[in-house]
Ligand binder design. Sequence first.
Ligand code: ARG
Length: 497
Amino acid sequence: MAGPGFINLRLDPAWVAQQLATVAADTERDGVPAAEPAQRIVVDYSAPNIAKEMHVGHIRSTIIGDAICRTLAFAGHEVIRDNHIGDWGTSFGLLIVGMRRHVDEQALAKRPIAELERLYKLASEEAKADEATADEARAELAKLQKRDPENYAQWEKIVAATRVELDRIYARLNIEFDLWRGESAYEDALPGVVEDLLERGIAVEDQGAICIFFDDHPQLKKVKTPLIIRKKDGAFLYSTTDIATVLYRRDVLKADRAIYVVGQPQALHFKQLFATMEKLGVEMVLEHVPFGSIVGKDGKMFRTRGGGTVKLSELLDEAEERAEKLMLDELEMDPEGARAMAKPVGIGAVKYADLSQNRTSDYKFDWEKMISLKGDASPYLQYAHARTCSIFRKGEIDPSTLGAVTPQLEHEAELGLARLLLRFADVVHQAAETNQPHLICEHLYGVARALSVFWEKCPVLKSEGATRESRLLLCWLTARQLARGLGLLGIEAPQRM
Ligand code: ARG
């Protein structure tokens, strides 16, 4: 008892040491047990639209979605990463007209998305100015929908060109997908979906359109707009595709759960989609994982200095340049070494800045804060990791020989670090269950700070005997956990910096 209302608990250092030894021996999973039962989970993330630059929403979805996939997989689940790209829709009529009239093949090969955006803009200006072009675009779209071979080939070319550029971006970010089932993959299923919903009385006709109302739903009944699944003119919508997609994921992919990493503005869409699936008796767990937007330092929409929208590839270029400069100026690396660090440090910093915020809040984009060796930023964590690795190089010690050491936790700084390290399994599972990568960031930052306190108070290589072995073990575990944790966030942990 410590005064009225307080009971203090102290962990027995011998017990902490025992736990730590168990974790140290588990080089495979660092003491993180696999989730039971393991689920088969589809993660729907990134999902940019063809012939358009990724916007900030796609950037966040890509980075957050990837971290969620890595965390779920490590937690023991089977993850299916699905890039549900927007590769179908009315814009293709204009794109085909634009391609036919104005395509610059060289530009298409070099900067495909910029060229496609230019073509789309040209064609839509022409369609606005003259009715004949507008008609032509509509006719081309109709032909494409009927699978006219020539237009279908054009569509394939547009999709392929965009994919080349997307693949480049994903490669830079070290992100992969198991599937690229975009909206077009569900096109043939849509008429059947609508028929079925009508037959079951879930959807009804309203002023010519086919709609789903939610008058019986506690929350959604307050929303006046129904979910429209077929327009008056017979066209299907984003919502229709999403219904077909859920059914595919349940019936073909045999998923237990699907997670949609999509921005907050689509919250209502997903509520209505999930309520529809409930009416259909779909038991798969469906979750919308929303996130806020990125704002500039001034709190306003994130834009380039010129006021334009920020292109992801240019943002990554700048991150790499700044990271290289940081390595040169603050770590006094040689030019070659600094260049080699540009990618892992620069890209890591962009990812960490996004992931370390509670995802539902807007996040302030701030170069100085994110590309920094101090504070809550990934270069700081990477540097802590690399410095820990350097102890083993300096001492010429092979850490795997420490497997049998039982640590002695005498100093408060040793205990503090050890206690934090033992939280890792809980943190990983909590992050996996709640789709909140920032919990991992918070933990790693805490570990790195405890590590620097430990270094300040407890010499490692200069100590002797059992104390030295024990401290080396602490360093080894810390380095492993930092690397593992950064890995779950999709961030590299170089051995040297
Ligand atoms: N392409 C959509 C957009 O850019 C995102 C798709 C998200 N996934 C889904 N199944 N609706 O807004």
